[in-house]
Design a protein around this ligand. Structure first.
Ligand SMILES: Nc1ncnc2c1ncn2[C@@H]1O[C@H](COP(=O)(O)OP(=O)(O)OP(=O)(O)O)[C@@H](O)[C@H]1O
Length: 927
């Protein structure tokens, strides 16, 4: 132990730095909900100010240190005012990418002014150390630790005790709270970013004596700091500081034991990923706000656009100077990486910061295969794709229980591990010599980029085109719908029988495979493969540029490839004076502007502009932007009477098979079901039966436990007791499995796939759930026709005219009807409807009642209906169960139950129950 002690003390020094940086990251996140990738860069600016005054101007530390901190604070305020304030209500990812833009600008400017040279900065703290049991702790370390702990205490107090801090945290969780609290969200936002900037500078100033000062050095601090912040769930200072210190100490111990440096990265991130997964859940809870992502494309192929792109590529590769062929090769390869981001994040909604790491690992893998077995490029592609798909799947495993930025940081951990353990490890990467690629050939034909750049460019472009076609096909297939459904709403997807973890992992695996193709192309590009070009910042940059292009669209990936260093854009600008120095700054400014003005990306903006232009040329005036279109209440009253629609739908009993089997049978039995949320018993030993061809209504005041009952029956809440469908016990099964067994539901807050069309929502509900679909989707899209049941639901509910409208563009009432149609399209035996008519107009309500009645009578499905509106209950239900405080207080025919005094008492606190009107809930509790 005595030998370890000095290393522990040494670890406290770097751990203190991580902790201090993490405290700044947590403050900005807690106050404004943004993970600031530019935190280290902001600190770097304040540190250069300190450096300039302290070292160059020889001013005393008492002036230089506060000046550096004030500069950082001022920068934080400027970044908030110029960049973050306009983005306050924007997509979370747009705000993250905007901080990347800020990082590019700051780092670029610092490089222009100071160059990449690392400066040695003497500590302003007097030399000397405190001697503790044989180890010495420098005064510098003591200052770092002291400052970190004091700041954390101060900030925790700010958030817990002051009005501004409390309101900042509240507004971050719920922006609408601002108006209620009467606080300006901008004042708290400005304060948090100012504090963040000051903290970043303070961290930089105390750190540079050990790390040295350079434009990019401090930026790298963000990785261990993010791990620490993640451990503290981006809110808790004590656990963040402990994690930061622990990471520093662990690193130091690894040095003490001379363990492989790769494990330095593996252990902290590994522990944090495991902790996150244990604490996470496979489905988000009720009331979870789905993160918004940029617009998702439909994967449609436009032959004229493809033709023009192909002609341009052929001309550039074959007839322009050879530099174009090299630039296009780079573009094709980076576009493949960006395409993998389109799949994982754009389509499946999972933030991944590991695509370059996966490409690098694949590159290394096939380079070794080439060295050992002289394999052909075609075989390398096959084996590389298989390996990368598996690696992508592995990287995606945390996504099963971790979401959003937490997931992004977890994948970043994987990327760092891959980088350290494989890519920059001389034991695996061939050392300084790299790995020789012996005699690269494709189908026997030599293909060496150095000797035949045009040939390699054609090959790379063709490979990209094939991959892009495959991914477009995937988007239009049932697998694509599944992924897009999960991206839009995990709970909604699970209720339709979609495996949420399955769709996420498939997204990661396919994305991994696509990144792997890029890795193979990179390995075979040179006659010697090297692996020092796959660092995490490359992945962060690729995510940024793909978002700028259009995260959910394949042309967005092409855009990212075009903008890559060494791609066509930088090739065009190659002769502009000092462009290399200024390009990162200009790019950063561009990234910020795009995120502020059009977070859905440049491709989406161009599409709209061209759409307007073509419309004008055709003399029809500008086409209205879809997002700007106000929701229009469709004229559904003009539809034929529902009974006529039922007839036209050629008999629901024929289309939804099994009506005879179901008629009059108990389909679902619920026995002694109990749900507890901590000490609260939301459902207390409820017992009921759902019979085929009948509707059972569940009524009760707000907070009585109705939704919790549906949650427990359908697998969205953990319950004890028994729920069995057709004799099969469902307790213990996931919501997805219960849905596949024939039990589905609607939700009070709908949980629709709002950025998909009505048709896609219905198709997603009716699609086959085969695993093979993820592979076959790459070559065969469709089906695009609605199933018989879905068509029946559409006809019954009068949605024919709205099939190709995006759900988010429809009014709330119509969305509620779409939710019912979608649930029916999944062909359930039993359906639980949670307040299906809330917010509907009188006509719509009547229509929904008739449609449900028609379905129950003809298809003989069982319906469990939760409703506040007594007209609906009376009009639909054969039996009614009244519950209060989770317990059944009455059960029987509607008129009998509604007449019971205890039911009236539960609702109104009196025995008066107004006839023929909705029962106003008695309690204040909000579900
Ligand atoms: N996730 C949760 N954690 C803790 N308590 C919860 C949770 N969800 C619901 N509750 C509590 O359980 C009780 C039943 O809530 P539930 O939403 O099921 O009632 P409800 O009858 O559906 O109400 P409403 O008519 O308003 O929808 C309430 O006291 C509610 O506050």
């Amino acid at each position: 132990m005595s030998q370890l002690w000095p290393f522990l003390v040494l670890g406290l020094a770097s751990g203190g730095a991580y902790a201090l940086t993490a405290v700044g990251i947590v403050t900005v996140y807690r106050g404004t909900g943004v993970i600031n990738l530019a935190h280290g860069a902001m600190g770097m600016v304040g540190t250069y100010v300190f450096f300039q005054l302290f070292k160059q101007e020889k001013l005393p530390a008492s002036i230089a240190v506060p000046a550096g901190i004030v500069a950082g604070a001022a920068l934080g305020a400027i970044v908030y005012a110029v960049v973050m304030r306009p983005l306050r209500n924007s997509i979370e990812l747009a705000r993250l990418v905007a901080t990347l833009g800020v990082l590019m600008v700051l780092q670029g400017l610092a490089t222009v002014i100071y160059s990449e040279r690392v400066r040695i900065v003497k500590s302003f703290v007097p030399d000397g150390a405190l001697h503790l049991w044989g180890a010495s702790m420098s005064y510098g370390t003591i200052v770092v630790l002291g400052v970190t702990i004091l700041l954390a205490i101060g900030l925790a107090t700010l958030f817990r005790r002051t009005r501004l801090g409390l309101s900042a945290a509240a507004v971050q969780e719920n922006p609408d709270a601002a108006s209620v609290l009467g606080v300006s969200p901008h004042a708290s936002g400005l304060l948090m970013w100012t504090i963040g900037g000051a903290l970043a500078s303070a961290a930089g100033i105390v750190l540079v004596p050990t790390t040295g000062l350079s434009p990019s050095g401090l930026t790298l601090l963000i990785f261990p700091a993010l791990a620490a912040a993640l451990f503290g769930k981006f809110t808790k200072y004590p656990s963040t500081i402990i994690a930061g210190l622990a990471i520093g100490i662990l690193e130091s111990l690894f040095v003490a034991y001379q363990w492989d440096s790769a494990f330095i990265k593996i252990i902290p991130f590994g522990v944090i990923i495991v902790a996150l997964m244990v604490g996470g859940s496979t489905l988000p809870g009720r009331g979870h706000a789905e993160q918004r992502l940029p617009r998702i494309g439909a994967g449609l192929l436009r032959p004229p656009v493809i033709l023009v792109a192909a002609v341009l590529a052929v001309v550039a590769v074959l007839f322009l100077p050879v530099g174009w062929a090299v630039a296009l090769t780079t573009m094709a390869i980076v576009s493949l990486i960006a395409l993998s981001i389109v799949v994982a994040t754009g389509y499946a909604g999972q933030l991944s910061l590991a695509p370059f790491a996966i490409a690098g690992a694949t590159s290394l893998f096939v380079a070794h295969l080439s060295r050992l077995f002289h394999i052909d490029i075609a075989l390398a592609l096959v084996l590389g794709i298989i390996a990368a798909t598996l690696l992508g799947w592995l990287v995606g495993l945390p996504a099963i229980r971790v979401r959003g930025v937490d997931l992004a940081v977890a994948t970043l951990g994987f990327a760092l591990v891959i980088e350290t353990a494989l890519l920059i490890n001389p034991k695996t990467n061939g050392g300084l010599n790299g790995l020789p690629i012996t005699d690269p050939r494709i189908f026997g034909i030599p293909l060496v980029a150095a000797r035949s750049p045009r040939g390699y460019a054609v090959f790379a472009c063709v490979v990209f085109a094939l991959a892009a076609l495959g991914i477009a096909c995937l988007r239009r297939s049932r697998a694509g719908r599944r992924m897009a459904g999960v991206r839009a709403n995990e709970r909604g997807a699970a209720a339709l029988g979609i495996s949420v973890p399955g769709a996420k992992l498939a997204g990661f695996a396919i994305a991994g495979g696509v990144a792997g193709i890029a890795g193979v192309l990179l390995a075979f590009r040179m006659q010697v493969a090297t692996f020092d070009n796959f660092d995490v910042f490359k992945s962060i940059n690729a995510l940024g540029w793909t978002t700028v292009g259009g995260l959910g669209m394949i042309p967005g990936a092409v855009f990212a490839g075009g903008a890559a260093a060494g791609g066509p854009f930088s090739y065009i600008l190659r002769n502009v004076d000092e462009i290399d120095a200024w390009l990162p700054v200009l790019s950063g400014i561009f990234v910020v502007i795009v995120m502020i003005t059009h977070p859905d990306g440049e491709i989406d903006r161009m599409k709209k502009q061209f759409g307007d232009l073509f419309a004008k040329l055709r003399g029809r005036g500008a086409a209205p932007a879809v997002a700007a279109e106000p929701p229009v209440e469709p004229d559904r009253t003009a539809a034929e009477p529902v009974s006529a629609e039922v007839n036209r739908a050629s008999g629901t009993d024929r289309i939804l098979p099994g009506a005879e089997r179901r008629a009059g049978q108990v389909l679902l039995t619920v026995r002694d079901v109990t749900v507890k949320y901590g000490p609260v018993k939301a459902v207390d030993a409820v017992t009921l039966d759902v019979v085929g061809g009948a509707v059972i209504g569940v009524i009760g005041p707000n907070g009585a436990g109705k939704t919790s009952l549906i949650d427990s029956i359908t697998g969205f809440a953990t319950a004890s007791g028994s729920v069995s469908l057709g004799g099969r016990e469902l307790i213990g099964l996931s919501a997805t499995k219960r849905s596949r067994a024939g039990l589905t539901r609607t939700f009070q807050n709908l949980e629709l796939f709002v950025d998909l069309t009505v048709r896609e929502n219905l198709l997603a509900a009716a699609d086959r759930r085969d695993l093979l679909g993820y592979a076959s989707g790459l070559i065969r899209s469709g089906p695009h026709e609605l199933s018989g049941v879905a068509a029946t639901a559409v006809a019954l509910l009068g949605l024919e005219e709205l099939l190709d409208r995006q759900v988010m563009d429809l009014p709330q009432g119509t969305q509620r009807i779409v939710a019912i149609a979608r649930a029916l399209a999944s062909e359930p035996e039993v359906i639980c409807l949670d307040e299906p008519t809330a917010g509907l107009s009188g006509t719509e309500r009547a229509e929904v009642i008739t449609a449900i009645r028609a379905l129950v009578e003809t298809a003989k499905i069982g319906v469990l209906l939760v409703e506040h509106n007594l007209d609906v209950v009376a009009g639909l239900c054969d039996t009614v169960v009244a519950i209060d405080f989770g317990r059944v207080i009455a059960q029987g025919a509607p008129e009998e139950v509604l007449g019971r005094p205890e039911v009236r008492q539960a609702y109104l606190g009196s025995h008066e129950l107004p006839e023929q009107q909705a029962i106003a809930p008695k309690k204040e509790t909000v579900s």
